[in-house]
Design a protein around this ligand. Structure first.
Ligand SMILES: *Cc1c(COP(=O)(O)O)cnc(C)c1O
Length: 500
C-alpha cells in the first residue's frame, strides 16, 4: 500500500510519507487504498491493552512498520498518560464521551504527538535518511506544546513551533514558552493561525530556506496534522472506542455509532472517516464548528468560502478558516485533477464549489453544525447541571451541536462524543460559563474550578505554574524563515535555560 500526493502522481511508502510530512508539490499524502478489518478482528481489540490496539491498527495503515515495533513504540508513547487507559470512555446517557486529554499537555494532540517522534525516527532509518530532522509546525494552541513535549531531546531531531501572537490562551502560551529540551524552539508570529500555517507551508517549498537548512545538515519535516504519522495514531482510538462499545453491546451488527468531533483542521474527524472506511461500525460523522463555521457551510452547501472574518473564540484550537486535512477527503471524492483545481481556486479566489454529485457523496456520511461562544458556555453549564460532567469549550461546541441535531431528529444512534481537552486547560472560560467568579490568573481559575466541581487538577497544570520562561522570540509573518535560522544559530544558548 502506497501513499499518493493529493496534487501530483508522486507516490511514496508510508515511511517516506512520515519523514517528508508534506509532498514536495505542496500536497498531502493520502492512502491509495485502505486496509479493512472484520467485525471479529475489531471486537478482539477490546481484550487488548491500548498500546496493542493502537499497534494493530497502525500496522495495517503503515505497512513498512512491523506490528511488534509499533507495539514497543506505543508502549513508550502511552506510558506518559494518566489513568488506566489513554483513551477512556465515559457514559452519559446515550452518549459516550471519548476522553483524549489525559496526556502530558492535556489535549488530544498528545494521542498522536507522543507517537510521532517514534514513528519519525523509525521511518528515517527505513528510508536511509541520515540528516537531522527539523520539525517545523504552526499551532493554533495545542499542537505546539504537544509537539514540543513529544520531540524534546529526541536524538536526531529538533522542533520549531510558530504560534499566533495573542491568538492562543494564556495557559497554552505559558505551556509553550516554558518548554524544555535543547532542541526546542518557540516563535510567536504577528498574525493569526492561518498566517502562521501558510508561512510554514511556504517554508517547505522555499528553495533558499531548504538549502540553508541542508547546509547545516538538516532536512525539514512537519508535525502538523497533515503528517501521516499524526493521522494514523488517531484512527486507532476510534477502533478502540468501537471495540469497547461492541463488547458492551452498545453497538451491534447493523447498529452503528455516530461520532461527533469538535473540528478545526479536520485531522481528528478525517481519522474517524478512515476508521469508518476500514470497517469500524461508524454511521454518521458529525463535524462541529465554532463561530468560524466555514466547514459547516461547506457541508451544507458544497461551497467552501474562506472570505470571511476570522473570529477569536473561547475554543481557540478550532479558530481556523483553512482546514488543511479536508484536502485528503476532497482528493478521495474528486480525484487528482479536481482537487488540484479546488486548491488553486481556494488559493487564488478564496473559494471553491463542489458539483452536486460530489456534494451528495459527502452528505451521505457527514452531518454538521456550529455553536457560538454563548451556546458553548451554556452547554458547559448545562452538562455540569444535568450530568455533573465538566467539559472544556472545544468539547462543549461538539456537545451543543449534538444537542441541536438530536432535537432535529438527525441522529438517533449512540454517539461517541470526542472530548479533546481537559477543562483545566481553559479554566477561566469554564469558570465563567459555570458562573464561578474568577480572577484573571488562569492558575487561580484552576483552583476555583477544582473547589467548585471537585474535579482533580491534572499534574501538568500544577507543574506549569512555577515553570520558567525559556522562549521569547517574536517575528513578522514574512520573517519566519530568518527567525528559524536565527534560532538554529543560537541553539547552543538553550542548555542554560533562560534567554531573556
Ligand atoms: C486541535 C484541536 C481541535 C481540532 O482538531 P482538528 O484535528 O484540527 O480538527 C479541537 N479541540 C482541541 C482541544 C484541539 O486541540
Amino acid at each position: 500500500m502506497l501513499y499518493q500526493s493529493t496534487r501530483s502522481k508522486d507516490r511514496v511508502t508510508s515511511a517516506q510519507a512520515i519523514v517528508r510530512g508534506i509532498a514536495p508539490d505542496g500536497g498531502l499524502y493520502a492512502p491509495e487504498a485502505l486496509p479493512s478489518f472484520s467485525w471479529d478482528e475489531i471486537l478482539k481489540l477490546a481484550d487488548m491493552p491500548y498500546p496493542q490496539r493502537a499497534a494493530h491498527v497502525l500496522a495495517a495503515l503503515l505497512p513498512d512498520f512491523p506490528e511488534e515495533e509499533l507495539r514497543q513504540s506505543a508502549e513508550k508513547a502511552y506510558a506518559r498518560f494518566d489513568g488506566d487507559s489513554p483513551a477512556p470512555l465515559k457514559k452519559l446517557g446515550n452518549t459516550r464521551v471519548l476522553e483524549l486529554f489525559h496526556g502530558p499537555t492535556m489535549a488530544f494532540k498528545d494521542m498522536a504527538l507522543q507517537m510521532l517522534p517514534h514513528l519519525m525516527r523509525l521511518a528515517a532509518r527505513k528510508t536511509g535518511e541520515e540528516r537531522d530532522i527539523a520539525i517545523l509546525t504552526a499551532t493554533s494552541g495545542d499542537t505546539g506544546k504537544a509537539a514540543l513535549e513529544g520531540f524534546a531531546d529526541v536524538e536526531g531531531t529538533s522542533v520549531t513551533v510558530f504560534y499566533p501572537l495573542g491568538g492562543v490562551s494564556a495557559i497554552q502560551e505559558k505551556q509553550m514558552v516554558t518548554s524544555r529540551g535543547k532542541n526546542t524552539h518557540v516563535i510567536a508570529v504577528r498574525g493569526n493561525f492561518d498566517d502562521a500555517q501558510s508561512g510554514v507551508k511556504k517554508l517547505f517549498t522555499d528553495p533558499e530556506f531548504i538549502e540553508a537548512m541542508a547546509a547545516s545538515g538538516k532536512v525539514l519535516s512537519s508535525a502538523n496534522s497533515i503528517n501521516l504519522g499524526r493521522l494514523a495514531p488517531q484512527a486507532a482510538y476510534y477502533f478502540s472506542a468501537a471495540a469497547q462499545m461492541m463488547r458492551e453491546g452498545a453497538v451491534g451488527r447493523g447498529k452503528e455509532l455516530d461520532v461527533c468531533v469538535p473540528t478545526g483542521n479536520f485531522g481528528n474527524i478525517l481519522a474517524a472517516w478512515y476508521a469508518k472506511r476500514m470497517g469500524a461500525p461508524i454511521g454518521k460523522l458529525i463535524c462541529a464548528s465554532n463561530a468560524n463555521d466555514v466547514l459547516t457551510e461547506f457541508f451544507l452547501t458544497g461551497v467552501y468560502d474562506r472570505r470571511r472574518e476570522f473570529k477569536k473564540t473561547i475554543s481557540p484550537s478550532m479558530d481556523i478558516l483553512i482546514s488543511s486535512n479536508l484536502e485528503r477527503l476532497l482528493f478521495e471524492i474528486g480525484g487528482l485533477e479536481k482537487n488540484t483545481a479546488w486548491m488553486d481556486a481556494l488559493k487564488k479566489d478564496g473559494v471553491f464549489r463542489l458539483d452536486r454529485s460530489e456534494h451528495e457523496q459527502l452528505r451521505a456520511h457527514f452531518l454538521c453544525g456550529s455553536a457560538d461562544d454563548r451556546e458553548t458556555a451554556e452547554e458547559i453549564a448545562r452538562m455540569w447541571r444535568e450530568e455533573r460532567y465538566v467539559m472544556d469549550p472545544h468539547t462543549a461546541v461538539a456537545s451543543a451541536v449534538l444537542r441541536k441535531l438530536r432535537a432535529e431528529g438527525k441522529t438517533a444512534n449512540p454517539v461517541l462524543l470526542v472530548s479533546t481537552a481537559s477543562p483545566y486547560k481553559f479554566a477561566p472560560d469554564v469558570c465563567a460559563a459555570l458562573g464561578i467568579d474568577v480572577p484573571d490568573d488562569p492558575f487561580a481559575a484552576s483552583e476555583a474550578l477544582c473547589a467548585a466541581t471537585g474535579l482533580p487538577i491534572p499534574a501538568p497544570m500544577r507543574e506549569l505554574r512555577e515553570a520558567p520562561v525559556r522562549h521569547t522570540r517574536v517575528c513578522g509573518k514574512d520573517e519566519m524563515g530568518q527567525a528559524v535560522l536565527a534560532e538554529m544559530g543560537q541553539a547552543g544558548d538553550k542548555g542554560t535555560g533562560n534567554r531573556q
